[in-house]
Ligand binder design. Structure first.
Ligand SMILES: Nc1nc2c(ncn2[C@@H]2O[C@H](COP(=O)(O)OP(=O)(O)O)[C@@H](O)[C@H]2O)c(=O)[nH]1
Ligand SMILES: [Mg+2]
Length: 291
């Protein structure tokens, strides 16, 4: 994740003084980093107020300023991972389009809670591909979670139902329900999701306790459209943003928070089981502006 990737530092810092031209470059850079035009204009304005006409001794001043501002923007949206567990069973649906990292994230979440002594079950409601079911099964073996599946092609809602029932009958603490997220046929996809929620609510109107939307940071602005679509199907209780270990420009988190006010639960920083971290606005901001 690199915020300042395309920035011509030499040009910037050879000038030593902040002028309008530099401020505009600063704003452009922010927009390129996916923070959205509103936040970019806002940050530019703040930067201007504090720094215009002043000398900058070194680039850290700019980074620190930006880091502090970003941390302030994101701070209200921190949601601690621990909050996913409320009572047994806590039923959690993990949604998102294909390839964003849902299955991997479930593996990582399972591992975290398992290490905290919780009893976990994974439900393979992505029944579209055999490989998807196997992938989740592998994770369940790896971290020691129970596993609920049906045959390929089975109605995902029935797997959701089976998983929640299993969690009740077997005293699981947390149930994570994996989903398909194929966007090829949006209408079907949305119907499929709706049905999962309807069926879960029939068991208990409180179910699911959480609906997490997983977003891939590398998709940039498109992530906003995904939030928009999924918001129509269900009340989202939080976001997990993956692939922040890549060249993704994490600025998209700011745009999403600003527009939708959704809490961020965790960030994915790699493919391994230990690569999921509770979201800290402070740490995230520091990481973002580090060059
Ligand atoms: N670099 C990186 N890769 C990830 C991360 N999370 C998931 N992936 C990879 O993204 C790909 C798709 O993940 P998967 O969990 O199958 O996505 P799903 O289709 O949403 O279930 C896999 O190759 C994962 O290893 C992450 O945080 N960082
Ligand atoms: Mg998957």
């Amino acid at each position: 994740m690199k915020f300042f990737e395309n920035f011509k530092f030499n040009n910037f810092f050879s000038k030593k003084k902040i002028d309008e031209d530099l401020l505009n470059q600063f704003e452009e850079l922010l927009i390129e980093s996916d923070v959205g035009t509103e936040i970019a204009a806002d940050l530019k304005e703040k930067f201007k107020k504090e720094k215009i006409g002043k000398e900058i001794k070194d680039e850290r001043e700019v980074f620190n300023f930006l880091g502090e501002q970003i941390s302030k923007i994101l701070n209200p949206y921190e949601k601690k991972l621990d909050n996913l567990y409320k009572s047994s069973p806590s039923i959690i649906v993990v949604a998102g389009v294909n390839g964003v990292g849902k299955t991997t994230t479930i593996g990582k979440l399972g591992k975290l809670f398992k290490d905290n002594g919780k009893k976990i079950v994974f439900g393979a409601a992505d029944t579209f591909r055999a490989a998807a079911i196997e992938q989740l099964e592998l994770w369940s073996k790896k971290i020691g979670a129970d596993f609920v599946k049906s045959d390929i092609g089975t109605d995902p809602a029935s797997v959701g139902y089976k998983t929640a029932k299993f969690a009740e009958d077997n005293k699981s603490d947390l149930a994570f329900i994996d989903t398909a997220g194929r966007l090829q046929n949006k209408k079907n996809l949305m119907e499929e999701y709706k049905k999962i929620f309807t069926v879960l609510k029939k068991i208990n109107p409180e179910y699911p306790h959480e609906t997490i939307l997983v977003l891939d940071a590398t998709t940039g602005q498109n992530a906003l459209n995904q939030v928009e679509e999924f918001k129509k199907i269900s009340k989202l209780t939080g976001l997990i943003v993956t692939k922040l270990d890549t060249s993704a420009k994490g600025g998209i988190l700011l745009a999403i928070c600003k527009k939708y006010g959704l809490p961020i639960i965790a960030v994915g920083m790699g493919e391994k089981e230990s690569d999921l971290h509770s979201f800290s606005s402070n740490q995230f901001a520091k990481m973002l502006v580090k060059n």
